[in-house]
Design a protein around this ligand. Structure first.
Ligand SMILES: [Cu+2]
Length: 95
């Protein structure tokens, strides 16, 4: 991947008191480097961990720092992630 190619970065705010992940769905273009950036809030609760079997990550969120996760975009599809208790859900669409 060229260093001049534009990286796609999408922000997702994590807030257990405000219905979870905002926005709930983010879309990336296939074949371009992509990052999901989790923005913490003052209401994390069980959202202090974000898990995705589809995207193969399990990441602690400490409620302080933004956390960036690289998203593979080689295959189009819809991938899901959730809080540690599988209550709040988000989606990543690659198209
Ligand atoms: Cu939860």
């Amino acid at each position: 991947m060229s260093i001049f190619s534009k990286k796609q970065t999408k922000k997702v705010v994590v807030n257990a008191k405000n219905h979870g992940y905002k926005p709930e769905v983010v879309t990336f273009k296939q074949g371009k480097e992509a990052q999901l950036k989790f923005i913490p809030s003052d209401s994390m609760g069980c959202m202090n961990e974000v898990v995705s079997k589809d995207l193969n990550f399990d990441q602690k969120l400490d409620g302080q720092k933004e956390v960036v996760i690289n998203i593979p975009t080689d295959k189009p599809g819809t991938y899901t992630y959730a809080c540690s208790m599988d209550m709040f859900h988000g989606k990543v669409v690659v198209e």
